[in-house]
Design a protein around this ligand. Structure first.
Ligand code: MLT
Length: 391
């Protein structure tokens, strides 16, 4: 038996596990201190009523022989694929049923999709980046090249024609920086991918946070993208499904063999998302569901505003927050990301995510999320303001 030695190239633990461990250690030593977690992008509002009602109904169906369901289609029930298809149609994107694959979330699919690509491909990732893109390729032993996302390019790098890449990751609205590509920026990436016969893996998990009509919410809103991009999306951040688990991946048939290969992969290695969960996800697109979800998204947007206005008052520079649940701030007093993490944890018990955990360009930056409760967000910002103003 030989181990996959590529695993030895990984950092010892996943970023969010390292943070959780540090916070647990602090809690053990300081049991009376109230920690406020604005670190991992996990939602706090409960599932909306429309989703819960649909799931209750589905549970009842499972208790009756005539409506009971066993194994479902691995790539998702038609009712949910149709709801997704209609959602894309509203964005002027026409999809066919068999281009949509329902899954248990974007993170799994972003990792699993790599089954379809040779180990000898070169992967291009922006730095800083969601660690899953890097780690899953390290596990496979693929060569990774980085493109700098930094203050100079507003964390929205454009293609560099001197780099030859086969697989390109783009996340917009971006995790961790909150930056959002305009159509022109995405068009440059689509053109680059088409020129290089490369594939774009487009992570649209945060698309629901975009409110500006002119900003693209799907890469397929860009001409040519169906010939070079796979899109990943999730109900996690849109509808609070982080614990419920449901997402979808679009593999256009224009991509040739990839569509059939993904079907083959999923039917072999995946048994589909539970019927009850898919009924809940379907309700996200219903009239009531949409209204309730917008209320939840507005709640998180308000939190982002509370964070942004406090940072402005404190004179701390930041990016993101407008069309994203993430606020990407520059650590004050030239502190390193992990220094600032320890500084906040030990002094005000506020947990964020050190930018360095997302790559070298994240050093000196820090990510806060707007997914906390309003009360906790206000309290965290009150503590931050007092700390920074020295009172
Ligand atoms: C994050 O905090 O970056 C996200 O919650 C991670 C994820 O979606 O897996």
């Amino acid at each position: 038996m030989n181990l996959n030695k590529n695993y030895f190239e990984l950092k010892e633990s996943y970023l969010f596990s390292t943070i959780a461990k540090k916070v647990n250690e602090f809690t053990l030593k300081n049991p009376d201190k109230k920690i406020i977690r604005l670190g991992i992008g996990d939602v706090t509002l409960p599932l909306c009523k429309a989703v819960i009602d649909a799931m209750h109904k589905a549970v009842d169906e499972m208790s009756v022989q005539t409506t009971f369901r066993g194994y479902g289609p691995e790539q998702g029930y038609e009712f949910l694929k149709h709801a997704v298809k209609n959602y894309y149609a509203e964005k002027s994107v026409a999809l066919e049923d068999d281009e949509i694959f329902i899954s248990d979330g974007a993170k799994s699919d972003l990792g699993n999709i790599l089954d379809l690509f040779d180990k000898n491909n070169t992967v291009l990732v922006p730095d800083p980046v969601y660690p899953v893109y890097v780690d899953t390729n390290v596990m496979d032993g693929r060569k990774i090249v980085y493109i700098n996302a930094n203050e100079e390019n507003n964390f929205l790098p454009l293609p560099d024609n001197s780099i030859n890449a086969d697989i390109i990751y783009i996340c917009s609205p971006n995790n961790p920086t909150g930056a959002v590509y305009a159509k022109e920026g995405l068009k440059s990436w689509v053109d680059y991918a088409l020129r290089n016969n490369a594939i774009i893996l487009f992570d649209a998990a945060y698309e629901a946070f975009i409110t500006a009509e002119e900003l693209p919410r799907s890469i397929y809103q860009i001409d040519g993208a169906k010939n070079c991009a796979i899109e990943f999306c999730s109900f996690s951040k849109t509808a609070g499904f982080t614990g419920t688990r449901c997402g979808y991946t679009v593999v256009p048939k224009n991509l040739g063999k990839l569509n059939k290969m993904w079907l083959r992969r999923q039917t072999t290695k995946f048994n589909g998302v539970p019927y009850i969960v898919q009924r809940g996800a379907e309700a996200v697109f219903s009239k009531e569901g949409r209204k309730e979800i917008q209320e939840n998204l507005s709640y998180y947007r308000e939190n982002a505003k509370i964070i942004a206005s406090t940072l402005n008052e404190c004179g701390i520079k930041f990016f993101g927050g407008e069309f994203s649940p993430y606020i990407w701030l520059k650590c004050p007093n030239c502190m390193s990301s992990w220094e600032f993490f320890d500084y906040l944890l030990s002094n005000i018990q506020v947990v964020g995510t050190p930018g360095e955990g997302f790559g070298k360009n994240g050093e000196g930056f820090f990510r806060l999320t707007s997914f906390g409760s309003k009360e906790n967000t206000q309290e965290a910002m009150r503590r931050l303001k007092n700390l920074i103003s020295g009172s």
